[in-house]
Design a protein around this ligand. Structure first.
Ligand code: NAD
Length: 365
């Protein structure tokens, strides 16, 4: 039997529970268990799924056990049994665990809420997988930075980007905590200008000239980005479409198909039976792509809860060296999760010049 990398998850929230499910789906990974500090329904789901549950803080263990959770050990026990920990604790808590992971000699993956310096490497699989090979740690960048990296990476790798600007309209809160956080009937602009995401993206693509502005609105279903890219030469809409089509984890949606808003794309994910309605791809509105002499324009949806999950899986393979080739890891992860290029392949007209000669359906999958 092939060896499996032993993975532990610390923090079983929005990101941690999804990473745990994704790890459990990989045939080259074993989920050692998940650790957390709460004892309500959120962690009890882990028990229903058959995952071993650990107490991240020893003083939380009695309450977890009193709630009926069969706690099998402490965070140190989880660390001792794992080769790599994916830290999905809240922003800044992750950084506090760094010394603990290092001292135990376990590899670590952090999330975008932590600073780049925590790991010294900011990861997006299709841009910089190779640089993460065999490292002790890496940070999977935030949802917004992941989406920008995929889209801008596809354009930048062709030498098209002279200067990029993007406006990020963020969700107010995540669905699970909409009863405690959020806003109504308003929009809050970020007063830190430019917003941090452009700078963060330069940790992944250092020579990309990009400026971002951000704000948040009273919705909880995902973010939407509006990007304007000044190009080094005139780029047609067809070229732009082809570049996005060629990149992994970017998929088109069309308003002409009724996919007119964030909620309709999420509804499509529900109808496709995706776990938690997750949209792992960046959903680019194909009928909102536009180009003129000096600039190209893109509008895309970023499902903040889901988009970084495939990246976490690839990051585990890169750090442990379990797969040394980025494309192979991406393909493997995408096949296991169900990440696709066309959401409605049976009824979507193929792009004629992208149909391969052998007649296979490569361009529809
Ligand atoms: N929610 C998003 O949209 C999103 C997207 C991308 C990246 N991120 C990043 O992922 C990380 C996790 O965010 P999240 O949204 O999953 O948070 P979350 O609040 O949903 O989950 C955090 C989990 O960690 C647990 N926890 C709290 N303190 C802990 C401790 N000391 N030890 C162990 N567990 C502890 C909480 O009980 C909770 O279950 C952050 O860095 C965040 O910035 C979040």
């Amino acid at each position: 039997m092939t060896r499996r990398v032993r993975v532990g998850i610390n923090g079983y929230g929005v990101i941690g529970k999804r990473v745990a499910d994704a790890v459990a789906l990989q045939d080259d990974m074993e989920l050692v268990g998940v650790a957390d500090v709460v004892h309500d329904y959120r962690v009890r789901v882990a028990v229903e799924r058959g995952y071993s549950v650990f107490a991240s803080a020893p003083d939380r263990r009695p309450a977890m056990e009193a709630a009926g959770i069969p706690v099998v050990g402490t965070l140190d026990d989880l660390i001792a049994g794992a080769e790599i920990i994916v830290d999905c604790t809240p922003k800044r808590v992750g950084a506090e665990n760094r010394e603990r992971y290092r001292a135990a000699g376990v590899k670590a993956v952090w999330q975008g809420g932590e600073q780049h310096e925590v790991a010294g490497y900011s990861f997006v699989a299709q841009v910089n997988y190779a640089g993460a090979l065999d490292r002790d740690s890496a940070r999977v960048v935030s949802c917004n930075t992941t989406a920008l990296s995929r889209v801008m990476g596809a354009l930048h790798s062709r030498g098209w980007v002279k200067r990029a600007r993007a406006v990020l309209f963020r969700r107010a809160t995540d669905p699970w905590e909409s009863h405690v956080n959020g806003m109504i009937n308003t929009v809050i602009p970020e007063t830190k200008v430019p917003s941090h995401q452009g700078h963060d993206l330069q940790k992944v693509i250092p020579d990309l000239d990009i400026t971002t502005l951000a704000g948040a609105g009273p919705h909880n279903l995902s973010h939407i980005h509006f990007a304007m890219v000044e190009t080094t030469r005139p780029v047609s809409v067809d070229e732009l479409r082809d570049a996005l089509w060629a990149a992994p984890r970017i998929a088109f949606v069309r308003a002409s198909d009724g996919l007119v808003a964030l909620n309709s794309v999420v509804e499509l994910m529900r109808d496709l039976g995706r776990p938690r309605s997750d949209l792992w791809e960046v959903a680019v509105w194909e009928d909102a792509l536009a180009a003129e002499e000096r600039e190209i324009y893109l509008t895309f949806q970023v499902h903040n809860e889901a988009i970084t999950i495939p990246e976490n899986i690839d990051c585990i393979r890169a750090l442990t060296g379990f797969e040394r080739n980025a494309e192979r890891s991406i393909e493997k992860t995408d096949a296991a999760l169900g990440v696709i290029k066309a959401f409605l392949p049976s009824t979507t007209a193929p792009i004629p010049h992208l149909v391969p000669d052998d007649g296979s359906k490569r361009n529809r999958e």
